[in-house]
Design a protein around this ligand. Structure first.
Ligand code: GLN
Length: 310
C-alpha cells in the first residue's frame, strides 16, 4: 500500500483515542483566555491530496492560532517582497525559547521567522500602509490558505497587546538596530492581531495541506502561494518551527510543523498531508503535549518522516 492509500484508510479514531490517554502538560497562562481553557479538549484533523478533510474529537472548536500563524505570516511577507528569502531576517534555529530577547549579534536581525522577534518583523513586512491594512491583508491571506473566512478574536488580541512587554522589548531592539521600519506599537498591533486569529484543528489541517501541496489549497483548488515561497516556509518550519525542541522534533517526526501556546499544532507532510491538532496542555517548551504525540504517531503509522528511505 502506498502512503496515499494508507492515509485514505487510516483509523484516525483509534489514534485519537490512544493519544487522549495522555494527561500531561500545563495550559499557558500568558493571557486569561488560555488559562481558562478546558484541558480535556482534543481535536485532530487531516486534509489529504484530494482535499478531503477528516476529523475526530474537538476538531471544530476554535482557539487562538498564536505562534502557529508564524509560517503563514512569513509566507505572506515573502509574497509581498516578491522573494523567497528576506534580507531583514535570519533563518537559523536558536535553541532558545520562542520569546527570547535576542537578535543576531553582528546584524541586529531576528534569528528566524518562527520566534517572536522574527514574526514581529514579518508582520510589519506584509504589504499595507497602516496596522489596519496589514492586519486585513494577513486575515485575507490566512482565509485563502484555510479555504474559509477567518476572524480575529478581539479580546485575545487586546490581552495579547497588554501582556506583550517582551515583544515590545524586541520591537525596540529591532527599531534601534534599524531592522524594524515601522513604529514599535504598530508592529505589536499587527502581530497581536495575527496571533489572535481564531482557528480550529480543521482549519489548521487545511492550511498545512496548502503548504503540503505546494501552495495550492486542495479543498478549494485555488493557488494561494507560489511554489518557491512554500519551499522557503517549509524549510524554516522544519528547522525552527518547534522552538528549542526543533532538532528532536525533526529527528523524531520528520515533518515541518509549527505550534502555538494556545495548544494548536500545524504540520505538513509534503506531497501527502496537512495535519491540525488542538489540545491546550503544553510541555515545557510550549508545544501541545497531545499535538506532539499525535504527530509522532501519524508520522510512524503512515511513514511520513521525510527521511524514511524505504
Ligand atoms: N502570543 C504569544 C507571544 O507572542 C505567541 C507565542 C506562542 O504561541 N508561542 O508571546
Amino acid at each position: 500500500m502506498d502512503i496515499d492509500e494508507r492515509i485514505r484508510t487510516f483509523d484516525l479514531d483509534r489514534l485519537h483515542a490512544s493519544v487522549a490517554e495522555s494527561h500531561d502538560g500545563e495550559v499557558d497562562r500568558s493571557v486569561p483566555e488560555h488559562a481558562d481553557a478546558d484541558t480535556g479538549l482534543f481535536g485532530l484533523a487531516v486534509c489529504d491530496r484530494s482535499g478531503e478533510l477528516r476529523s475526530v474529537g474537538d476538531a471544530d472548536v476554535t482557539f487562538p492560532v498564536q505562534s502557529a500563524v508564524k509560517p503563514f505570516v512569513y509566507a505572506l511577507a515573502l509574497v509581498d517582497a516578491g522573494a523567497s528569502d528576506l534580507d531583514e531576517i535570519g533563518i537559523e534555529p536558536t535553541g532558545e525559547a520562542f520569546d527570547a530577547v535576542r537578535l543576531e549579534s553582528d546584524t541586529g536581525r531576528p534569528p528566524n521567522p518562527m520566534v517572536n522577534a522574527g514574526a514581529l518583523l514579518t508582520a510589519s513586512l506584509v504589504a499595507g500602509g497602516s496596522a489596519q491594512e496589514r492586519s486585513d491583508r494577513i486575515l485575507q491571506g490566512l482565509s485563502a490558505l484555510a479555504g474559509r473566512e477567518l476572524r480575529v478574536d478581539d479580546e485575545v488580541s487586546r490581552s495579547e497587546h497588554l501582556s506583550g512587554d517582551r515583544n515590545r522589548a524586541l520591537g525596540h531592539l529591532m527599531h534601534s538596530a534599524g531592522t524594524l521600519h515601522v513604529e514599535v506599537e504598530e508592529a505589536i498591533e499587527v502581530y497581536a492581531r495575527a496571533c489572535a486569529v481564531s482557528v480550529s484543528a480543521e482549519t489548521l489541517a487545511v492550511m498545512g495541506a496548502t503548504l503540503a501541496f505546494g501552495g495550492r489549497n486542495p479543498m478549494t483548488g485555488d493557488r494561494v502561494l507560489p511554489v518557491e515561497v512554500v519551499r522557503s516556509t517549509l524549510s524554516v518550519m522544519a528547522t525552527c518551527g518547534m522552538y528549542d525542541g526543533s532538532g528532536r522534533w525533526m529527528h523524531r517526526v520528520g515533518m515541518p510543523a509549527k505550534s502555538g501556546v494556545a495548544g494548536g499544532v500545524v504540520a505538513s507532510a509534503p506531497r501527502h498531508l496537512g495535519i491540525g491538532v488542538y489540545s491546550p496542555p503544553l510541555d515545557e517548551r510550549g508545544n501541545s503535549v497531545r499535538g506532539v504525540l499525535a504527530c509522532e504517531r501519524l508520522a510512524d503509522d503512515l511513514g511520513l518522516h521525510a527521511f524514511t528511505v524505504a
